[in-house]
Write a protein that binds this ligand. Structure first.
Ligand code: FES
Length: 440
């Protein structure tokens, strides 16, 4: 897309161009950091919003990756400024990062609004960082492009392929049952986190990365590039270059996101067998666009969407396999009849144009429409006396025996009580019992 490049239309122009005392101050303080007029004048200022932290293992490569983004911004004639924002690392924050999602959303929104920023690269990945950054950017309505952290590499322990974020539950049960010795337990601990990057199962992080790309908020193919491979560094540079063009084009979230884009994100999350947490986040993201997303809408779209990605925990493979099999674009190319392919994206192109010609390399990992993991309804809406307003279940990840079940209820008042009592041999529980927690 060619656009007239008129610096006077840039948002940052208000800070740096006027011949007045305030602008004098803005310019002189940039010079105090070693920048010359030529570094920033008549160039879009691109904020690199970086959620790097030494307490967020999923983003531990972001220090380097921000430099890759910076390189792309400079190549395209922009002025890069890196801005740290709150890092929500799922593994080391208590009691839960969910308490902080909206805080990060507010921070992103206000950081964008109050600074001389013409466009932003949003660097996130670990679960809540994705919706938080999108929510903030949508509310600020400043041109923004998301760079996902990418999944970590596949993990191996002995001859077992481990999936982070889900296998730990399985092996902890073995440990509690006395079936895993100290050295095996330590071996799993040493192996299950193979590299920087997000969990390499189809957990919330990868689900939201896929939903973000399908929504049009990141470059085509961005969602699944493993965090530490060379392609990810190149993706960072490409994202930086694109942010500069978005600034000139004034391609704000409000100019390309619609309720159809949200529907695309939803159907994508169903087709990948994604995390049910995505539903909570997509409702919040849609809310920032003024779109009310109901559970009935989820239900309607889930009923027509087949599950095509055979990825753990609902399937057999891991995110690296998904990437090698062609990734999200190849999967979306198999469901263009369901998607709104005319929706615009951060590239200025339509979703349909972005996925056109993408090929599946491995039909075991990305199934054909004739041989899906589940023909439809892999995520179901449930209503009943336990959840009168509705709740969701990822039925493809559930043992079929659980889909129809009667058994005595064992009720805990809250999580601490459940944690304290769950392994108590005195507790009256059998394989038929249904465990219920009154409050989270
Ligand atoms: Fe960060 Fe799983 S802990 S994505």
């Amino acid at each position: 897309m060619t656009t007239e490049r008129d610096p006077s239309k840039l948002r940052s122009h208000r800070w740096f161009a006027p011949d007045d005392m305030r602008s004098f101050g803005h310019r002189s303080r940039l010079k105090a950091m070693g920048f010359d007029d030529v570094d920033y004048q008549n160039r879009p200022v691109i904020g690199i919003l970086n959620t790097w932290s030494e307490l967020n293992t999923c983003h531990s490569h972001f220090k380097q990756r921000a430099d890759d983004v910076r390189r792309g911004i400079l190549q395209a004639g922009g002025f890069p400024v890196e801005i740290p924002v709150m890092s929500l690392g799922e593994m080391l924050m208590k009691p839960t990062t969910m308490l902080y999602r909206n805080l990060l959303a507010m921070e992103v929104e206000e950081v964008l609004r109050c600074h001389p920023i013409d466009a932003a690269v949003l660097m996130g990945g670990c679960d809540k960082t994705v919706p938080a950054m999108l929510m903030g950017a949508i509310s600020a309505d400043i041109p923004s492009i998301f760079l996902p952290a990418g999944p970590m590499l596949k993990a191996k322990w002995k001859d077992v392929t481990l999936g982070s974020g889900s296998d730990v539950w399985k092996y902890w049960d073995e440990r509690v049952a006395g079936n895993l010795c100290d050295s095996d337990w330590k071996g799993i601990e040493n192996c299950i986190g193979r590299s920087a990057g997000t969990c390499m199962t189809m957990g919330t992080a990868s689900t939201m990365a896929c939903a973000t790309e399908a929504m049009g908020f990141s470059l085509p193919g961005a969602a699944n590039v493993p965090s530490v491979v060379a392609e990810h560094a190149r993706l960072g540079t490409q994202t930086g270059r694109r942010a500069v063009d978005m600034a000139w084009e004034e391609l704000k979230p409000s100019t390309f996101l619609t309720s159809e884009s949200i529907d695309n994100a939803l159907m994508t999350s169903f087709a990948i067998g994604g995390s049910t947490n995505a539903i909570v986040h997509l409702i919040a993201i849609a809310g920032r666009l003024g779109i009310e997303l109901t559970l009935d809408r989820f239900d309607a779209l889930s009923r027509i969407t087949p599950v095509l990605a055979d990825i753990r925990p609902g399937g057999r493979f891991l995110m690296e396999d998904f990437f090698d099999a062609g990734g999200l674009r190849a999967m979306l190319a198999r469901m263009t009849d369901l998607l709104n392919t005319e929706c615009k994206t951060v590239t200025g192109k339509t979703l349909g144009e972005q996925i056109e010609g993408s090929e599946v390399i491995d039909n075991e990992v990305i199934r054909t429409r004739e041989n899906p993991v589940d023909p439809a309804g892999g995520t179901c809406l449930l209503k009943g006396n336990l959840a009168p307003n509705g709740c969701v279940i990822k039925s493809i990840a559930a043992d079929p025996n659980l889909l129809q079940h009667r058994g005595p209820a064992v009720v805990f008042n809250d999580y601490p009580e459940m944690k304290a009592k769950i392994h108590d041999p005195e507790i009256n529980v059998t394989a038929e019992s249904v465990l219920i927690m009154r409050s989270a």
